[in-house]
Design a protein around this ligand. Sequence first.
Ligand code: PEP
Ligand code: MG
Length: 560
Amino acid sequence: MTLLNGIGVCPGIAVGPLVRMPDPVPEPSAGPGQVTDKNAERSRISPAMEAVAAELRARAEKAKAETRAVLEATSYMAVDPGMMDLAITGVVERNLSAARAVFEAANTFRDMLAAAGGYIGARVADIEDVRDRIVAAVLGVPMPGIPDPGHPFILVARDLAPADTATVDPEKVLGFVTTEGGPTSHTAILARTLGVPAVVATEGALSLKEGTTVVLDGGAGTLNAAPTDAEVQDAEKRMAARRGAKKTWSGEGATSDGRRILLLANVGDPKSAKAGADAGAEGVGLFRTEFLFLDSANEPTVAEQEEAYAGVFAAFPDGRKVVVRTLDAGADKPLAFLDQGDEPNPALGVRGVRVAFEDSGILDRQLQAIARAAERSSSDVWVMAPMIALASEAEWFSGKVREHGLKTPGVMVEVPAAALNAEQILGVTEFASIGTNDLAQYTLAADRMAGPLAALNDPWQPALLKLIGFTGDAGEKRGKTVGVCGEAASDPVLAVVLVGLGVTSLSMSSRAIADVGELLRTVSYDDCKRLAQVALDAGEAQAAKAAVRAELPQLDELGL
Ligand code: PEP
Ligand code: MG
């Protein structure tokens, strides 16, 4: 067995041949005087465009209705006569290479689309994709994007860009392994959304031969690059076990001895809220409201916000809990309508609730919209602030929430100071929800977006677990709810540890709910506390995870 270690970001086993993600198509050189035979050069353009259009049409025929329309529209774009003329002119009049001429012609069209704005402007990414495909066809290099070898496979990549992730078909991609990326990278988020086993930051994975059969273990965070027949059979058994276990999920989170742990969904809009409800979520533990407005040039009106919030509440009626987080703008989530100026270090700047301290207008309008939507619905609406550091901030925010007639204000614990002072903070607010993504980056002083620092951001880091334990203890003392809504809660084994640290609700990607629920009901609360201590006593993240996993033989049966 040749075992590569990485960071598991979505549990489950996958067995299959390795297929490599092609490198991005390079920008063709703009150097002058590249062409000696203009006729030969210009004659390369139209066949390349035709070939790309034909490939897109073929994919459209096999695709489901929604994707089919997009692929068909894109196939017309690939043979647009205006773009072809412009590219040919580039060769004939400016002496550009065919690849460069196509690149520039497509960019001219892209800029025109972008200027049109609205729905047409949203096609910018499509034209860039078409551009790169035609350039690849001209240069004779592999097409960009997720490969389609015609059989299921395990995808190995440096990392995945957001644009790649839209075209992943979970029927074909059995698992992901990347050499870069971290626990909150796009690959990790996509894998959890699709429920596909994934391991990131796996050094050496790109040197493996294409077509090799490998076993990927998203729970343990390993890639077995040379499995024996027995290991392949064992992996297949575990995959089947997981499929079976998922079907029996009852929908109510609890330990084996009946300690209730609410299992909630992280959502960003009405559609994901509905998916959460369908996956058996008992409510919403984190509604990231800024996701609705990432593309808005102007602040949405109170009425627009009210509609959007009401859409999410509608997925969880009849007193079910929906925790709304007020806008978390800044750093990794910039909002166009909120000019935050140039900050030398945005992650440590005026982000999250801090935006409202100077001028609370945006927060007041948002709370007004949440209150109106809550009034129209039968959900139990809670409201929390991101990036709280001090008890006085928590008190100020709680006052604001109550002023708007909303009864349950709370805070996110994502700054170490808030965890250390959780008892004081929980004295002035109703609940806390731990955001492990930010709490990890601030505790370990490691940018959550920085691939090379992925291991520091591993939510199994014992220092992070200690801060979670402080917050859990404070919740017990104050008799207040302490949840986790960061990605840590999506890892079923870590979820057991979090419960042992005093956490009373877990909010996660919808796909993770059944796995977390199934494992949780096999352990008692005392087990959880004992395993939390095992993790705290381990020196570092990998050791903590391995030590806890070794104590849970049922993971095999559950395919985790
Ligand atoms: C977190 O920081 O853990 C969190 C849940 O918030 P976000 O990932 O949106 O910053
Ligand atoms: Mg956060």
